[in-house]
Ligand binder design. Structure first.
Ligand code: NAP
Ligand code: HSE
Length: 455
């Protein structure tokens, strides 16, 4: 049987997981591919480190060049993370015409354009299934499975650590920092975990998915990102009372779709052409979102990820699975390994180029122009006239209130005041919150969480 020698850079959670999975399922993979994959070398940082994986010591080196430049190594897996050495590793391998597999969404987000251009230039493929949603084959599905669909909306719970934290806060009333420490012990969190909890890891992944769905490279700086640090037990409680669950959601949708449905009665021909001009503007954002409990994404719990895709031919489709951890991520790397080996065997290069322009050259819509519905929690002094002042500010900015909750309070004391708001642009909503925050009766920073109705 034909043999392919694999060089792995990184022997941690993912690299170790890939090695162990190859030991376990290598024969199965070989029978399916008609090619045996053997690991030639593994680069790590510290040879003395005690490892939970079964990588034999004799395969280890601390010099990644010994792996990439080894003439026997035909295929390289970059599994170290970070955006400096990892970039060097990938560019060096591609320059030698060696295909590369990576799980590194931070690197793809920051340098994707350069790396895919290098892959094209040197005729070596770059595979990245493990970069988004761990074990869920979402890259392959979007790129190949939905090649005949326009993607009208995509919503993703794409960060396992945040979903694990929010789930345990909701179901167990657990403390944020304790759950984060557990996520780190379980190998879910990035180093440092700020990448997860401040929403950046989800933004890297959402950007990659948006690029595939809309055919243009998403500059990470254009993605509006909010993390979960400010989500409190109170927000989870009030959202629950209103029939919602808070999820960190990556959202990708052409803004014209929502504008058409939002105010259908006002769709004059002038307005329709105004909307059509914005056809190629896409909302690409990551923020905590109130998801109705009746929607399937509300029940995606723990480290599980899910991506909900709405295609114009397929309709609604849901992908669900473990979004992080050793085995789930190893499964995605093995999927790329299968593709890479078959492409090597058949000589296929850049079978489906990564990011090709679709029907129009798109751009990311500024968040101020995106329309959303909102949950707002204020802490106000309970005294006459406060509610009226706040309602006036919303009214002046043309923002409709759909409901108000004020738990029974004591005059003169601080009480929570919750508003659910109708659709409004984020620009108008932000102006309103800034004005409200300045009212003397409003104590602390208003909490605003967007609400998604999946229309
Ligand atoms: P990790 O456990 O920290 O492992 C990193 C590995 O890289 C370690 O073996 C480390 O060596 C090695 N390494 C670091 N710098 C190196 C260098 N300059 N030269 C040689 N080896 C070096 O990280 P991980 O969780 O496996 O993540 C790896 C990648 O997969 C990241 O891009 C991450 O974002 C991505 N990813 C992770 C998950 C997950 O669930 N963990 C899921 C999807 C994607 P030592 O072992 O000696 O320290
Ligand atoms: N830190 C990431 C997460 C790992 O929690 O989702 C998987 O990409």
């Amino acid at each position: 049987m034909q043999q392919v020698k694999l060089g792995i850079i990184g022997g941690g959670t993912v690299g170790g997981g890939v090695f162990d999975a190859l030991q376990r399922n290598g024969a199965l993979l070989a029978s399916r591919l008609g090619v045996t994959v053997t690991v030639q070398r593994v680069a790590v940082r510290d040879l003395k480190k005690i490892r939970t994986s079964n990588i034999p010591k004799k395969l280890l080196t601390t010099d990644w060049r010994e792996v990439v430049f080894d003439p026997q190594v035909e295929l390289v897996a970059e599994l170290i993370g970070g955006t400096t050495v990892a970039r060097e590793v990938i560019l060096a391998a591609l320059k030698m015409g060696k295909p590369v597999i990576t799980a590194n969404k931070a690197l793809l987000s920051a340098h994707g354009e350069e790396l895919f251009a290098a892959a094209k230039k040197y005729g070596a493929n770059l595979y990245y299934e493990a970069s988004v949603c761990g074990g869920i084959p979402i890259i392959k599905s979007l790129r190949e499975g939905f090649v005949g669909n326009r993607i009208n909306a995509l919503y993703g719970i794409v960060n396992g650590t945040c979903n694990y934290i929010l789930t345990r806060m909701k179901l167990e009333g657990a403390d944020f920092n304790e759950v984060l420490a557990d996520a780190q012990k379980l190998g879910y969190a990035e180093t440092p975990p700020d990448l997860d909890i401040d929403g950046h890891d989800a933004a890297h992944k959402t950007g990659i998915l948006a690029s595939l769905a809309h055919g243009f490279w998403i500059n990470p700086k254009k993605i509006h990102v909010e993390g979960i640090r400010h989500i409190s037990a109170l927000d989870i409680k009030f959202a629950g009372e209103l029939g919602y669950t808070i999820k960190l959601l990556g959202t990708v949708k052409p803004i014209s779709n929502l504008l058409m449905t939002m105010d259908a009665s006002k769709n004059t021909s002038a307005r329709k052409s105004q909307i059509a001009n914005r056809k190629c503007q896409v909302q690409v954002s990551v923020y905590p979102t109130l998801v109705p409990n009746s929607h399937v994404l509300a029940s995606v719990n723990g480290v599980f990820n899910a991506v909900f895709v709405r295609g114009d031919v397929v309709g609604d489709a849901l992908f669900y699975g473990r979004g992080a951890g050793k085995d789930a991520t190893a499964s995605a790397v093995l999927s790329d390994l299968g593709d890479a080996v078959l492409d090597l065997k058949s000589g296929a290069k850049n079978r489906l180029p990564a990011f090709v322009p679709h029907e129009c050259s798109g751009c990311v819509a500024p968040i101020e122009e995106v329309v959303s519905q909102y949950f707002v929690r204020l802490n106000v002094v309970d005294k006459p006239g406060v509610l009226a002042k706040i309602a006036t500010i919303f009214g002046e900015l043309n923002i409709g209130i759909s409901s108000v909750i004020q738990p029974e309070g004591h005059e003169g004391k601080s009480v929570p005041l919750i508003f659910m708001l109708h659709y409004a642009t984020n620009g108008a909503a932000m102006k309103a919150f800034a004005k409200i925050a300045k009212l003397p009766a409003v104590k602390g920073k208003p909490v605003m969480i967007r609400v998604e109705s999946f229309e």
